[in-house]
Design a protein around this ligand. Structure first.
Ligand code: GLN
Length: 543
């Protein structure tokens, strides 16, 4: 097992996750089976209870793990399926150690950060690195370990110490340390400044880890002078100073690292497979797309694109497949509401919605903006504009249908109006009302087709069922299904019991589809998710 450990310095948001995933792509292109682990030093057990405001989207895995969005990058870049244990958090590690202490596993000993926490971290890394992730039952050959946060943070200190020890546990020759840093550009001649990187490497070396490779984020390629200076001051070989400068799209990153000789440093034959050719085609095709398609995204975190990262990626994958340049028109759902106080904002929001070729309402929790989402669903239904509703987006479309087609004016979800008389959406019986962490209907569940033929079934292709990932507490009210279906809103996909609604498609509409699950978690660059592909095809007249 070869390990690549990726740490970061200077500041967050340098694209450490993309760098780490790109190194994984290079290893994969050499024919290795690659997996990954992300360490998040916070105390939460998982990302499930964190607000998108704090930490971006919560990514959901097959096994129901609610994890950091970087795991999504790994799944998409490496085309693997990870599990909850691939995301290490301080909450998980400490729970494990404290549980062992209570059991008496350390009887007589003082339980301490070193060696007990650092030991538990290393055991975890080694165990999970060997778990198959590519759909086969074979253990991976290589593992990328990304350490979240920035070197020097108090909470990441035990992990740095664990990783320092780890090189002795698994052999120094089996670990490559990569440090991602920033080279700012200053002044009128655009001088590349090396001092921040010098400082962060000094700090890392002070903690006992000497990086083998430096990856420097910068606006332009590093000059030879900058490389040499960094090499001299940071104790790194000059050829091991890489630059990840601005590129038009992220598919260029593995190519850029390969061109700078990363494969040689890792002693990889990066042309052992056709993978890099595939990436090259993707990267350059995406650059040349010029004809635009506008998709309106009606959400409530529209100023924070990280909150919808996988949805954006899925739209991009689907747009690439229909040869269009994707333009997402962000619409703050509450701006669509008739009582929104700023009339200019309301006007602008409606204008954007009406100009778009397709409408997407993503998942969400809480009642802010819900009435606006209901209006967006109504607009798409009545104007024959292609619509994809994901999770809450399916639920609001059902509420709208109950109100405006079936005539139940007070219809709602009991999430937003507990006492509503004709709810379209209700709380699922098996869900806990007292505990919020990890208690939703989570992870991969099968959806069985209820009809032989429909648009969304054709998009999915072969098979009697589809497996997609879930994350919800509410569902379509079973008592409402008959009425909805008899008016044309057909539930074409249901769970194994035949009770729970998973997919609807509206009769006589170009594309009006809702899914209770989150298809965005399984989309891949070269294998767009079918509901997204349907939306993009319908929005560009290609369905
Ligand atoms: N809040 C809704 C539910 O819990 C929708 C969840 C979602 O969109 N992920 O069912």
């Amino acid at each position: 097992m070869k390990y690549v450990v990726v740490s970061g310095g200077v500041l967050s948001g340098l694209g450490k996750g993309v760098t780490a995933s790109s190194i994984g792509v290079l290893m994969k292109s050499a024919g290795l089976r690659v997996t990954s682990l992300k360490i998040d030093p916070y105390l939460n057990s998982d990302a499930g209870t964190m607000s998108p405001f704090e930490h971006g989207e919560v990514f959901v895995l097959d096994d129901g793990g609610e994890v950091d969005l970087d795991l999504g990058n790994y799944e998409r870049f490496l085309d693997i399926n990870l599990g909850r244990d691939n995301n290490v958090t301080t909450g998980k590690i400490y729970s494990k150690v404290i549980e062992a202490e209570r059991r008496g596993d350390y009887l007589g000993k003082t339980v301490q950060v070193i060696p007990h926490i650092t030991g538990a971290v290393q055991d975890w890394l080694e165990r999970v690195a060997h778990q198959p992730a590519d759909g086969s039952d074979l253990a991976p050959d290589a593992c990328v370990i990304e350490l979240g946060g920035t070197v020097g943070d108090i909470e990441s200190a035990p992990y740095i110490e664990a990783l320092r020890q780890f090189q002795f546990r698994v052999g120094r020759e089996n670990v490559t340390f990569v440090h991602v840093s920033l080279v700012p550009v200053m002044g009128p001649v655009g001088e590349q400044k090396t001092k921040p990187t010098q400082h962060t490497v000094k700090e890392l070396r002070g903690l006992g880890i000497t990086p083998d490779i430096l990856v420097c984020r910068s606006s332009a390629p590093l000059s030879d002078d900058t490389r040499e200076k960094l090499a001299a001051f940071c104790h790194v070989a000059p050829k091991a100073v890489m630059s990840t400068h601005d590129v038009p799209n992220i598919y260029h990153v593995p190519l850029m690292l390969q061109e700078q000789g990363l494969c040689d440093i890792l002693k990889l034959d990066c042309h052992a497979t056709d993978l890099l050719e595939e990436w090259r085609t993707m990267a350059y095709n995406l650059d040349t797309l010029s004809e635009e398609v506008h998709i309106a995204m009606v959400g409530k975190y529209t100023n924070l694109s990280d909150a919808y990262l996988s949805v954006i990626k899925s739209l991009q994958h689907a747009a690439m497949a229909v040869n269009r340049k994707l333009v997402i028109d962000w619409i703050e759902a509450s701006h669509l509401e008739s009582d929104w106080p700023e009339s200019q904002e309301r006007e602008d929001a409606w204008k954007l919605l009406k100009q778009a070729s397709g409408v997407l309402v993503p998942g969400g929790f809480g009642d802010r903006g819900v009435e606006g989402k209901i209006l967006a669903a109504e607009y798409a239904r009545t104007s024959s504009t292609p619509y994809l509703g994901i999770c809450l987006g399916l639920q609001v479309a059902a509420i709208e249908f109950c109100r405006n087609v079936l005539g139940f004016e007070d219809s709602n979800s009991t999430e937003f109006d507990e006492n509503c008389k004709n709810p379209a959406v209700i709380f699922m019986p098996e869900i806990s009302k007292t505990h919020l962490g990890g208690t939703m209907r989570l992870g991969s569940r099968p959806t069985l087709w209820q009809v032989d033929d429909c648009k969304i079934r054709r998009l999915y292709g072969e098979g009697d069922s589809v497996d997609e990932r879930h994350r919800h507490r509410y569902e379509i009210n079973p008592d409402m299904i008959e009425a909805l279906e008899s008016s044309g809103l057909k539930f074409v996909g249901k769970d194994e019991t035949g009770q729970r609604c998973e997919i609807f498609e509206l009769d006589g509409h170009p594309y009006y589809v809702g899914v209770q699950y989150h298809p965005e978690f399984k989309s891949r660059p070269n294998r767009p998710s079918p509901p997204f592909l349907g939306l993009l095809k319908a929005s560009t007249g290609q369905l």
